[in-house]
Design a protein around this ligand. Structure first.
Ligand code: URA
Length: 437
């Protein structure tokens, strides 16, 4: 596109115009081949942030970003392929055990995941707590693994939706991340590149979520469901609560340990409820189960008869991980210092602040501020109490896992404001508040 046309296209969106498919295509092409300068791409991103995109423009943007790279062709695998995507939360380890549980029910799960950035954790970092576990592989090898074991979890490759890699990096440094159509196109361009038949979205709201406000999360969920369905992938979204962490652990190896408990039928109630709610939608959309209750029964059967655990072990072995470490989780990375945070008063937990707990785990070394930074797989928080539970004065609120007694002490101090205790019983927080199809 000639430079004058680039400027005209940016001006059109700046002034609130509706972009044509050709103009959106040129913008995405410009991001992919470098023919638009970074300042022009960023100006367009800000124009989109301020003026928005309508449904047709969002579909065009998503499809153009998808077409900027290759897609995973899974047509040689005769079974249905389904994935789940979460918008990210605190203690969200669901993918680690959900993928093998669903695969154990006869559906292929080709999961392409991300790393933790900011306050939320990443599936790949959690899996890398297993010595040897490899999340980087060519798509050809990933396809072979899916043919064999029916499940795999790897990282984004440079050839899947490369326009998103470029645009996301610019959004990150130009205050244009929190824009619903841009988030929709960014997430879906990568998910649609997986060659899936169906997709279940876990869209989180609440203080530990990327999108704290329920109304905004609903808007994002509705848009993603519409765009993904229009692109030919049957999609549903669950709106789920992220005011308190999911489950009882935050931190990479600690969360992996909780996922192992889920696969062995010993997982915390809220983690299991979210897993089953997402899994039942995956099986129904895949046409594997006629109804949600039947899907739930099938998932529980896979846990109880050990097939979900076998699938997980198969995935770990296929990706080079040490099966010995998941068979003996006490051999997973352990922090040098463990301390117990005690309640100063008795009563009922009225709030367990997800954001604050995430910040503490991050400060302990569980997360990164810049991409590429090293993390400590062993550190974090475990044995977390949940909203609605009763605690005695001096009872345990959580355990801190730290590299040194200094960082453990600082974490204990910061965690004091993460828990609120009142005299009266309060109900447990709901896990799923709405299903959008
Ligand atoms: N995750 C993504 O992949 N893209 C976004 O824009 C936001 C969250």
């Amino acid at each position: 596109m000639a430079s004058a046309n680039v400027v005209n296209t940016i001006a059109k969106k700046r002034d609130g115009g509706v972009l044509t498919a050709a103009e959106i295509g040129a913008f995405v092409q410009g991001a992919t081949d470098g023919s638009w300068a970074d300042y022009q791409l960023t100006a367009m991103l800000m124009a989109i942030y301020l003026r928005g995109l309508d449904m047709a423009e969002t579909c065009e943007l998503t499809l153009a970003m998808l077409r900027s790279g290759t897609t995973l062709d899974l047509s040689s695998i005769p079974r249905r392929k389904v994935d789940k995507h979460s918008t990210g939360g605190v203690g969200d380890k669901i993918s680690l055990h959900l993928a093998p549980m669903v695969a154990a029910c006869g559906v292929v799960v080709p999961m392409i995941s991300g790393r933790g950035l900011g306050h939320t954790g990443g599936t790949l970092d959690k899996l890398e707590s297993i010595p040897g576990f490899n999340v980087v592989m060519p798509l050809e090898r990933f396809r072979a693994q899916l043919k064999g074991t029916g499940v795999g979890i790897i990282g984004q490759t440079a050839d899947l939706a490369p326009a998103d890699g470029k645009l996301y990096a610019l959004r990150d440094v130009s205050a244009t991340v929190a824009c619903i159509p841009l988030i929709c196109a960014s997430i879906l361009s990568k998910k649609l590149a997986e060659g899936i038949d169906a997709l279940v979205l876990d869209v989180k709201f609440g203080e530990g979520a990327f999108m704290p406000d329920l109304a905004k999360a609903r808007e994002l969920a509705r848009l993603m469901v519409s765009v993904s369905n229009a692109a030919g992938v049957t999609t549903r979204a669950l709106l789920t609560n992220m005011d308190q962490p999911t489950g009882r652990t935050v931190g990479n190896a600690l969360e992996l340990g909780e996922s192992i408990e889920c696969l062995q039928g010993r997982g915390p109630a809220d983690t299991m409820e979210l897993t089953l709610a997402l899994g039942e939608q995956m099986l129904v959309l895949a046409g594997r189960s006629p109804s949600a209750p039947e899907a739930r029964a099938e998932l529980l059967r896979a846990v109880n008869n050990g097939t979900a655990w076998e699938k997980f072990l198969g995935m770990v072995r296929a990706q080079g991980g040490s099966a010995d470490h998941v068979l003996h989780p006490e051999r997973l990375p352990q922090a040098a210092v463990q301390t117990v945070l005690k309640a100063q008063q008795g009563g009922f937990l009225t709030a367990v602040h997800a954001r604050r707990i995430a910040e503490v785990a991050h400060g302990l070394g569980a997360g990164r501020t810049r991409s590429g930074e090293a993390i400590n797989p062993a550190v974090g928080v475990s044995h977390l109490v949940k909203v609605g539970e009763r605690v005695e004065a001096g009872g345990e609120l959580c355990r801190v896992h730290a590299a040194t007694s200094g960082t453990a002490g600082a974490a204990n101090q910061q965690l004091n404001t993460a828990f609120e205790i009142g005299p009266n019983p309060v109900p447990a927080l709901p896990v799923v508040v709405e299903v959008i199809s």
